[in-house]
Design a protein around this ligand. Structure first.
Ligand code: GTP
Ligand code: MG
Length: 410
């Protein structure tokens, strides 16, 4: 790679000199390519039966990865900013060379992983294809026992996922337990519909008089009507609360009820008013249930959990759990399960349709996990081929623990 020093002379004496041409990358890139080639040859020749030889290749490989990480770090911090400033054309060329080298590295790392730990590689790929995050896939497969057969490994994997998907049992659900619950979440996720489904269950089990409904939706045209229509059918009262004081008064007047459900106003997770609403609900007896739309993208769900208090530990604002909605519409149920598992949210219900009250059921961890692996046909245009997957993966995705979620294995 060639970089040219600035053409403006610093001193009059240097004006007559030719521009200095310095190739800052040539030797190091040449060295890296040489080593990549060497490791590839070594990996291809190694006798898998010889522990010593395998360790030798693994150690050469680790050294190369460390060198590349240090090299990339050094270039990004010190060299690239200078090159971008003075010779933007070459900066582009360097970026292109680096992308090519990274691609080769990733292919090599993946190919090596597939050879050395085929089950781990296979299930990393499978988990990601089913909508689980690279972070979760990396962490789980890192713990996968090496002596398992394919069937055992699959069973182990599903067992770990199910164990970490904490579900409330049907005979201990919130309708049985009672209390004050606020259904929160982004626009259109299904808060009002789910409130109506829960209200109907409560009315059937404990009678209409055991229940009251509140709504914070005081200004959207028609929003209250939706809840009021359901309430009328069930013979239940609805009150609107517009601030914390209103809510306090309403809760005091309803203290004898077995259950109070609060339907909240829908707003995007990016709306600044989410925090205002969180404050409105901050009463000691109010438990928050976050509704997660199973059809939403993984990154969106991650944002939703953060915006609605997934990381909060203070009693008045932390989440009591979550409800999956629109399970019937999703092609990748792994996305929502991944978010719930990583954030250790308690799953209370799964909503799987529009019908009130039928389309709501108690969660079954084993079934949900099993179903997440059935999603996405093998011929889906979104499924990566093995070699493409290798290109997408990089050494850190497969190897290093990174920002690992805390999971239980035993
Ligand atoms: N397919 C499917 N549709 C659902 C489900 N839950 C709710 N819906 C539909 O989603 C739409 C929005 O539902 P609402 O209950 O109004 O959602 P919301 O969260 O109260 O909406 P806002 O108050 O506007 O934020 C309605 O058409 C519901 O029938 C579900 O589990 N599956
Ligand atoms: Mg609503």
């Amino acid at each position: 790679m060639t970089a040219i020093a600035p053409t403006t002379p610093l001193f009059a004496e240097t004006a007559a000199l030719d521009a200095v041409v310095v190739d800052v990358y040539r030797d190091i890139h040449k060295g890296i390519r040489h080593e990549l080639f060497g490791v590839t040859l070594d990996a291809g020749r190694v006798d898998p039966g010889s522990a010593e030889a395998v360790t030798g290749v693994a150690s050469r490989w680790t050294n190369l990865v460390n060198l590349l990480v240090a090299h990339a770090d050094h270039e990004e911090t010190f060299l690239q900013p200078v090159i971008e400033q003075f010779t933007p054309v070459y900066a582009e060329e360097i970026a292109e060379t680096h992308a090519r080298l990274e691609g080769q590295m990733a292919q090599l790392a993946w190919g090596d992983a597939v050879r050395r730990q085929p089950l781990r590689a296979r299930f990393t790929r499978e988990l990601i294809a089913c909508g689980y995050s690279a972070g979760l896939a990396r962490e789980i497969t890192r713990h996968m026992p090496e002596d398992h057969t394919l069937a055992q490994a699959q069973q182990w994997l599903m067992g770990v996922l199910a164990k970490n998907l904490h579900c409330v049992s049907a005979d201990d659900d919130i309708v049985q337990r009672g209390g004050v619950y606020a259904l929160i979440g982004p626009t259109g996720v299904g808060k009002t519909t789910t409130t109506a489904k829960l209200a109907a269950r409560c009315a059937v089990r404990h009678g209409s008089a055991s229940l009251s409904l509140l709504t914070t939706d005081s200004y959207r045209v028609g929003a209250q009507d939706q809840l009021r229509i359901y309430a009328k059918i069930l013979g239940v009262n609805v009150q609107t609360v517009s601030d914390g004081q209103d809510l306090r008064q309403a809760l005091d007047s309803l203290s004898g009820k077995h259950m109070v459900l609060i339907d909240t106003i829908g707003m995007s997770q990016r709306d600044e008013r989410v925090a205002e609403q969180a404050m409105l609900l901050a009463q000691p007896e109010v438990k928050r249930l976050l509704l997660l739309n199973a059809t939403a993208q993984a990154e969106t769900l991650e944002e939703v959990v953060h915006a609605y208090g997934g990381a909060r530990t203070d009693v008045e604002q932390r989440l009591a759990g979550c409800v999956i909605t629109k399970q019937d519409e999703t092609a990748r149920p792994g996305n929502v399960l991944d978010v719930i598992i990583r954030h250790h949210l308690m799953l209370h219900y799964v909503s799987h349709g529009q019908r009130v009250p039928e389309d709501l059921q108690a969660p079954n961890a084993g079934y949900l996990v099993h179903r997440s692996f059935k999603a996405g046909p093998a011929h889906s245009p979104f499924r990566l081929q093995n070699e493409e997957f290798g290109e997408m993966m990089n050494a850190s995705t497969f190897g290093a623990p990174g920002n690992a979620p805390q999971l239980a294995y035993a």
